[in-house]
Design a protein around this ligand. Structure first.
Ligand SMILES: [Zn+2]
Length: 264
């Protein structure tokens, strides 16, 4: 695990074409595991680290949202509390991951549901640190971020992604932009996205520029009568110069274009 601050550690794994991150935050009384990756095997180093550093701390798992690559490891902490936005629990309960052909099969042991849910915001604080969980719809309706006040650190889940955000919430553009504006108000110096390296606030601007530019271009194309099928908008138009896209993010961009076409 990579140590980010005195009390914050990061574990990143490579999955089919992309990386995904989880974080461990130690406070005086809690060991907070932010996201559980793609299964209990991925989470093993975190589990072992938590067991070592436990020292009477209560484990609290956070699911940033219901997508499989953030919750499949929940079973590694099946006896502990799992906190998420209330629509995350609903989405997890109503969806059968086993029937969704677009995602890998869930672990045989199952995917435990969140045990604690909230609406707009919830704060966990003790002498060792203050962690605010904030509902940030846009990537998905149940997305949340964790803002660690003392460390000036934002754990963004998929609300922020590098090099570009992924649209998974129907008609979510307006709430996504609202979310990004809200995040810019937070006094953070470091941001860990769900996918991508640790960065500064420039990732918020980059994601906002991409979204606003993409929607504007899609709207213009649609007004000019371009069909969904014929619409090609190179990702480079909406990214900072020199940013290279992996195959995974090139496909994600194309999916975003179609998603935007259906919304505008
Ligand atoms: Zn996601």
């Amino acid at each position: 695990m990579q140590q980010l601050t005195d009390t914050v550690f990061v574990h990143q794994v490579e999955v089919a074409g992309f990386s995904v991150a989880c974080a461990l935050i130690l406070t005086a009384r809690r060991a907070v595991v932010f996201d559980t990756l793609t299964g209990p095997d991925d989470l093993q180093p975190v589990k072992a680290f938590v067991d070592q550093q436990h020292e009477g701390r209560r484990v609290l798992v956070v699911n940033s949202h219901h997508h499989w690559d953030h919750v499949y490891g929940n079973v590694a902490f099946a006896d502990d509390d799992i906190v998420a936005h209330r629509s995350c629990r609903r989405l997890m309960a109503s969806r059968s991951y086993a029937e969704d052909e677009s995602v890998p099969l869930p672990p045989a042991e199952g995917v435990p549901l969140p045990t604690i849910t909230f609406g707009d915001r919830v704060t966990f604080a003790d002498e060792g640190g203050t962690l605010h969980l904030i509902h940030t719809p846009g990537h998905s309706e149940d997305s949340l971020v964790a803002y660690h006040e003392e460390a000036r650190l934002l754990l963004a889940g998929d609300t922020l992604e590098w090099p570009l955000p992924n649209l998974c919430q129907r008609d979510g553009f307006a709430s996504y932009v609202r979310t990004l504006r809200q995040l810019k108000q937070l006094p953070v110096t470091r941001i860990l996205p769900g996918h991508g390296p640790v960065m500064g606030k420039e990732i918020i601007d980059a994601n906002q520029r991409y979204l606003e530019g993409l929607y504007e271009a899609v709207r213009a194309a649609k007004e000019n009568g371009v069909s969904r099928h014929d619409l090609t908008l190179p990702a480079e138009w909406f990214l900072a110069e020199g940013v290279e896209l992996s195959e995974f993010y090139a496909e994600a961009h194309q999916a975003n274009v179609e998603w935007a076409f259906d919304e505008v």
